[in-house]
Design a protein around this ligand. Structure first.
Ligand code: ZN
Length: 267
């Protein structure tokens, strides 16, 4: 049966957290897969939650490549709203915990569905962004790029490329555009023996396929989430579900890993 660990609001723990920590400790090449849930506590609501971005801007109407090509003024209403949502947000303890893990040589990389850049801001170095990033603007005609700045959030004409005058778009992956970094992601997934899924739903492809993929090739999966999204078969007897906000659960695991390492060190 899958381990179920719960971290309560007062910080107390229900379940065998040490078994989870041991699993991470023994893994040769853990990889993290993150979704919207990890950034909620940085003040970025899940776009798909009630009141989220997608309830204001119908994604198939605004977030498509054809919308940008046909009517960039309309598409920029969404890009400005998204940019405003992401403005001045800081990484939280969960992002920092993953950066710490990588620095300690215990995490091979982060695969993220987020476009907020908070993993890099926390200090993570290997970050594969499936859906691109919102931090730069890209020219589809001459492939130039420039940073997305606060000035671009002001209502007004659509920003245009300084070289060729084509309308610019944020470097996020729109519907009708291919996802990014799949080759590198495949490599990471093939090499991992433990996937940590964090704040990600089991609905959006291709990321929702990764846990079962790792499991099928003999790896283990540990899910960190407010509610369980993955099937029992995907987690399995070697996996675990750690329930609670990632900003509490991940630091708890990282802290205990550090204690294990200290205990194993010759004095
Ligand atoms: Zn251009």
């Amino acid at each position: 049966m899958t381990h179920h660990v719960r971290i309560l609001d007062d910080g107390s723990i229900r379940g065998d957290l040490d078994a989870v920590v041991q699993r991470v400790h023994e893994a040769r090449r853990p990889v993290a897969l993150t979704g919207a849930g990890i950034s909620v506590e940085s003040g970025i609501p899940d776009f798909r939650s009630p009141g989220g971005l997608w309830s204001v801007f119908e994604p198939m109407e605004y977030a498509t490549l054809s919308c940008f090509l046909r009517n960039p003024e309309k598409a920029w209403e969404l890009y400005r709203a998204l940019g405003t949502t992401l403005l001045d947000k800081r990484p939280n303890a969960a992002h920092v915990a993953l950066a710490d893990l990588e620095r300690a040589g215990r995490l091979a990389g982060v695969i993220t569905q987020n476009v907020d850049g908070l993993h890099q801001a926390a200090g993570s170095r290997t970050v594969l962004e499936i859906h691109g990033d919102h931090g730069s603007l890209h020219c589809l005609k001459c492939h130039g790029s420039e940073p997305f700045t606060k000035a671009h959030l002001e209502p007004g004409p659509v920003p245009r490329c300084a070289s060729c005058d084509h309308p610019l778009k944020p470097a996020v992956v729109l519907y009708e555009e291919p996802v990014r970094a799949m080759e590198a992601i495949d490599g990471l997934l093939r090499s991992t023996d433990l996937l940590l899924t964090i704040g990600t739903s089991a609905e959006v492809a291709p990321a929702c396929l990764f846990p079962a993929h790792v499991r099928a090739s003999g790896g283990h999966v540990i899910e960190f989430n407010l509610q369980r999204e993955l099937h029992e078969a995907t987690l399995g007897s070697g996996g675990a579900f750690v329930e609670g906000p990632a900003s509490a659960t991940l630091p708890a695991v990282v802290e205990r890993l550090e204690m294990l390492r200290e205990a194993g060190r010759p004095s």
